[in-house]
Design a binder for this molecule. Structure first.
Ligand code: PAF
Length: 278
C-alpha cells in the first residue's frame, strides 16, 4: 500500500492511475477503523480498480473541542487493517496540508443542514462538506463510499455533489453491526462495559419501530420508541425521528422512502443509528 501525507504526492500518483485508464474508488474516514469501514473498502475494491482511503480527523467538523481532542487516532493499527483489506493507497495528511490557515466555507444546502444532527451539532455539516470537497478535488474519485450509519451525512454530501456538479458517484453502504445489534462506530471504544449494555437500547428501539411499523401510527410508534430509550439508565435521548428518507422531515403517507433515526448520549458518548423502513 502506498502511503501519502501530501496532496502533491497523492495527485501525482493518481494522475498516473488516471492515465492508465483505471477507475478510483474512495473511502474517506477519520480513522479508528472498524468492520464498517472495511465493508466500504470491500465495496470500493469490488466496484473500482484502485482503492484510496483517507484518514484525517477533520477539525472543522467538530463543534466540541473536547470531542476533537479525545477522538481515537490508532494510526499504526489502522495501517495494518488497510494493508490486510488490500487497500491500494492511504492518504494521511496533517492539518496544515488540508487547511491553509483561516479559511471560510459555506455552501447553502437549505434546511437539510439544520435538521436532526444539524440541530445538535451546529456547523458540523459545513465542516464535513468543506473537507470532503477538498478530498474529492485531490483524489478525483469515480465513486466514493459512505456508510448508511451517517444517513444524513450521505444526503448532505449527495446534495453538495449535485449543487457543485461534481463528477463522482456517491455509494451508500449498509450499516455493519455487532452480533447483539450495536452499530459499529469509532466512538464505541469510549463505552464502558455498562454503557455498552445500555447502548443496545438504540438498535432495539429501531428494530421495534421497523417490525411494528404502521403508516397510520407514526407519531405513536415514535413516542413508544422514545419512551423505551428514555427508560434506559445512563442514556439521554437527543432525537428519535421517523422521517421521509428524501427530505428528513416527518414521514407521511406520500413518503416513498422512510427511515427511523436516533441520536443519544450513552454515558459520556454520543451515538447515532438508523434503520431504513421502506
Ligand atoms: O464520516 C466520517 O468519518 C467523516 O465525516 C468524513 C466523511 C470522513 C469527513 O471527515
Amino acid at each position: 500500500m502506498k502511503i501519502f501525507t501530501t496532496k502533491n504526492e497523492l495527485r501525482q500518483y493518481l494522475q498516473e492511475v488516471n492515465k492508465a485508464g483505471q477507475t478510483i474508488g474512495f473511502v474517506p474516514t477519520m480513522g479508528a477503523l472498524h468492520l464498517g469501514h472495511l465493508s466500504l473498502l470491500a465495496q470500493a475494491r469490488q466496484q473500482t480498480d484502485v482503492t484510496v482511503c483517507s484518514i484525517f480527523v477533520n477539525p472543522t467538523q467538530f463543534n466540541d473541542p473536547k470531542d476533537l481532542e479525545k477522538y481515537p487516532r490508532p494510526i499504526a493499527a489502522d495501517i495494518e487493517k488497510l494493508q490486510q483489506a488490500g487497500c491500494h493507497v492511504l492518504f494521511n495528511p496533517p492539518v496544515s496540508e488540508m487547511y491553509a490557515g483561516d479559511e471560510h466555507w459555506h455552501l447553502d444546502i437549505g434546511e437539510l443542514e439544520h435538521l436532526l444532527e444539524g440541530k445538535f451539532r451546529p456547523g458540523h455539516y459545513q465542516g464535513v462538506m468543506q473537507v470532503v470537497y477538498k478530498l474529492f478535488d485531490m483524489v478525483k474519485p469515480d465513486k466514493a463510499f459512505f456508510g448508511q450509519k451517517d444517513y444524513q451525512q450521505v444526503m448532505v454530501i449527495s446534495r453538495m455533489v449535485a449543487l457543485m456538479n461534481l463528477p463522482v458517484e456517491i455509494v451508500m453502504c449498509p450499516i455493519e453491526r455487532e452480533a447483539d445489534g450495536l452499530a459499529m462506530s469509532s466512538r464505541n471504544i469510549h463505552l464502558t462495559t455498562d454503557d455498552r449494555q445500555h447502548a443496545l437500547i438504540l438498535s432495539k428501539a429501531l428494530y421495534a419501530t421497523q417490525s411494528g411499523f404502521n403508516i397510520n401510527r407514526i407519531s405513536d410508534i415514535q413516542h413508544e420508541a422514545a419512551a423505551m430509550i428514555n427508560a434506559e439508565p445512563g442514556t439521554v435521548l437527543e432525537y428519535f425521528e421517523i422521517a421521509d428518507g428524501d427530505t428528513l422531515h416527518a414521514a407521511n403517507q406520500n413518503s416513498a422512502k422512510i427511515v427511523a433515526l436516533v441520536a443519544a448520549k450513552v454515558g459520556a458518548t454520543r451515538l447515532i443509528d438508523n434503520v431504513i423502513i421502506r
